[in-house]
Design a binder for this molecule. Sequence first.
Ligand code: HEM
Length: 188
Amino acid sequence: MYGLVNQAIKEMVVDGHGEAVWEKIRSEAGVVDVFVSMHQYPEDLTDKLVRAASAILHTNPSEILAGFGQYWVGFASRNYDYVLDMSGQDLLTFVKNLNNMHARIGLWMPDLKPPSFLVTDETPGTFKLQYRSSRGGYAPMVSGLLKGLGERFNTDVTIEHTRGIAQGLDYEEFIVCYATRTQSAMCR
Ligand code: HEM
């Protein structure tokens, strides 16, 4: 993965827990301290960081990844708000543009191996989302990303991870229920 991702994990830990905790996690994972955003790092470096954060913070890896997904939306808007802005001003439009957004990012990150997303079964206030990736294990991050996008668009979102690779599919499926804060929420 590009160093940008590991850099954001570091920033999340330092923001939430301080430099000393980051140093413990970094040393437990056995990784470098400085990540170059545009440099490629081994996939297992990111896994090691997540596992070490899980051990040191006594939080399971899925929650670390979900927290990271949520953090990523803020991180991206601090650093690349123009990219997010181009992708839509409401949750559904934005989610439908995620593939185009990563394709645009791929123009300046040519080794990007982006995930892909497909919206199905749309009704007012709900949709299903299929998430495909060349990697495994990042479904909890998608839940967190959707939560973070809800915050970006002032939209209440509930997300249910319904089925996926473990059930023999080639994607992970989520049911997303949403309501803007001016509407009454229909999500349970
Ligand atoms: C400006 C905003 C964004 C940038 C610059 C960006 C860039 C990236 C980069 C560099 C990676 C690592 C992949 C690699 O190195 O091959 C990645 C992965 C990923 N991105 Fe984005 N991204 C952005 C926004 C989003 C948003 C809003 C979502 C919301 C769903 C998203 C979903 C994901 C997921 C789930 C992965 C994990 C890797 C995988 O599933 O295989 N990204 N993105």
